[in-house]
Design a protein around this ligand. Structure first.
Ligand SMILES: Cc1cc2nc3c(=O)[nH]c(=O)nc-3n(C[C@H](O)[C@H](O)[C@H](O)COP(=O)(O)OP(=O)(O)OC[C@H]3O[C@@H](n4cnc5c(N)ncnc54)[C@H](O)[C@@H]3O)c2cc1C
Ligand SMILES: NC(=O)c1ccc[n+]([C@@H]2O[C@H](COP(=O)([O-])OP(=O)(O)OC[C@H]3O[C@@H](n4cnc5c(N)ncnc54)[C@H](OP(=O)(O)O)[C@@H]3O)[C@@H](O)[C@H]2O)c1
Length: 395
């Protein structure tokens, strides 16, 4: 098997992996290995190009210009390109995510051509830490080309492996109800094919955060156009929560509704609007507040008349490579402040292992003491600016 040494191995080429690359390259540590099956901006590009952003264009631009290697890529890119297109959009408005995805793809295309980057199209299947000798990781990559697997030795391994929608079983187990994938519901061009037009369908939507509200929006759009027989039951266990712009900071910056989802929720979904709004002609709200017993009773009462169910209840980390230390499997806990890991149950620090992105976000506390996890392009960048200098120091 081929083998080589690198200053770091970055796993994943979504917006977080790209941001890590920009920050590491800026520090000129030597060759950085970068592994991803396709180098095409991760899940945002694969699944969410049709989703409206909940952050302003200016923040995507701030991300794209935050490191010198990114600025070098942008300078060299032939016009027109994703950056020039993005810069023509209104900076304080939101945009569709295809603009952001294309920008990350252009950054990726520029970064993989750099001399200090060893881009490896494939999948990291395992990584073993050998502590006794020199805290080295040996990272195994299953390559997606004909060159076979490769092993990379490094003292820094950075996991930017992403997350996928959380799947839950149907709350009423024996029902014959079709599960709809959240990713499909967030993609109108696919959703239209997933629901029949020739018979009535009732879709259960579970949740009340960004994904759930956009799911409702896409479904009522279908009901008002190609699918007039479609109806929605909306199972929600808390009131709608919005981001609020305070003096110099944002309350519920990471959990509150923003952008298109917030506008739609405010004007059509609030209790005093739903009865008379266009959305109310399609959506019946099923109030699941009041605890587990009531929530369960609501499902038993209202789910049997539904044909489909979509869970919009957050995201779960993608499976990690098989990680071992001195031959034994590692159980990890992420430190959301330093971006490092330690062994579970307050075990020892794991040398040279770091994380970033939606799977490993920064923990933030707002001026009211509320704790949130910072998920977003520019939030990843801000976190990395803070922690990468310590990751980069000689180990
Ligand atoms: C629907 C939705 C809308 C969002 N909208 C916004 C927005 O408007 N603004 C904003 O700032 N943020 C937004 N976010 C939040 C966040 O920016 C995105 O979730 C972003 O895609 C997360 O990037 P990531 O790099 O952490 O993960 P991903 O994009 O999931 O990338 C992970 C990458 O790692 C690869 N990978 C995984 N395991 C391995 C392995 N073992 N070996 C090699 N490669 C591997 C995957 O193939 C993938 O390419 C949104 C999130 C969602 C879910
Ligand atoms: N561009 C966009 O507009 C957009 C769209 C989608 C997602 N995103 C981003 O993607 C990330 C994930 O967002 P998300 O909206 O998918 O999820 P999320 O913000 O993680 O919220 C998950 C929600 O699901 C609820 N929930 C969890 N388990 C539940 C259950 N069993 N039954 C009912 N409700 C349950 C939670 O409510 P409780 O608090 O009651 O547990 C919470 O409100 C965020 O960073 C978000 O900004 C952005």
């Amino acid at each position: 098997m081929a083998s080589r040494k690198c200053a770091a191995v970055v796993v994943g080429a979504g917006p977080a992996g790209v941001a890590v690359m920009g920050n590491l390259l800026e520090r000129q540590l030597g060759t950085i290995a970068w592994v991803d099956p396709c180098f095409e901006a991760g899940r945002i590009n694969r699944r969410y190009r049709e989703v409206p952003s909940n952050t302003k264009v200016a923040l995507f631009e701030a991300y794209a210009t935050a490191t010198q290697p990114f600025r070098n890529v942008i300078e060299k890119a032939r016009l027109p390109n994703a950056f020039s297109t993005m810069s023509k959009l209104e900076q304080d408005k939101t945009c569709h995510l295809h603009y952001a995805a294309d920008m990350v793809r252009d950054l990726t295309d520029g970064l993989v051509k750099m001399e200090q980057v060893y881009a490896c199209r494939g999948f990291v299947t395992a990584a073993k830490l050998t502590e006794k000798s020199s805290n080295q990781w040996t990272v195994r990559v299953q390559r997606h080309d004909s060159e076979g697997d490769v092993e990379i030795e490094t003292s820094r391994l950075i996991l930017c492996t992403g997350s996928h929608p959380t799947n839950l079983p149907c709350p009423v187990p024996s029902l014959d109800i079709q599960q709809l994938d959240l990713d499909t519901v967030l993609k109108p061009s696919e959703l239209t094919e997933a629901i029949p037009t020739n018979r009535p369908s009732t879709i259960a939507v579970v949740g009340a955060s960004h994904s759930a509200i956009l799911a409702l929006l896409n479904l009522i759009q279908l009901a008002r156009t190609s699918h007039p027989q479609l109806r929605v039951k909306w199972f929600t266990r808390h009131p709608l929560r919005y981001a609020e712009y305070m003096d110099g900071w944002i309350l519920r910056d990471n959990t509150g509704l923003k952008g298109t989802a917030a506008d739609f929720a405010r004007t059509q979904l609030e209790d005093d609007k739903l009865a008379t709004s266009p959305a109310g002609e399609v959506i019946t709200k099923i109030d699941c507040t009041g605890g587990d017993a009531r929530e369960n009773a609501q499902y038993w009462a209202h789910l049997p008349t539904c044909s489909h169910i979509v869970h919009a209840v957050g995201f779960t980390r993608d499976p990690l490579p098989h990680l071992t230390k001195n031959g034994s499997p590692l159980a990890l806990e992420f430190d959301h402040e330093s971006g490092r890991f330690h062994e579970s149950n307050n075990g020892p620090a794991i040398p040279g292992l770091f994380g970033a992105g939606i799977a490993f976000p920064e923990r933030v506390v707002d001026p009211y003491g509320n704790v949130e996890y910072a998920v977003g392009f520019f939030k990843f960048m801000k976190f990395l600016k803070k922690v990468v200098p310590s990751w980069a120091t000689k180990i």
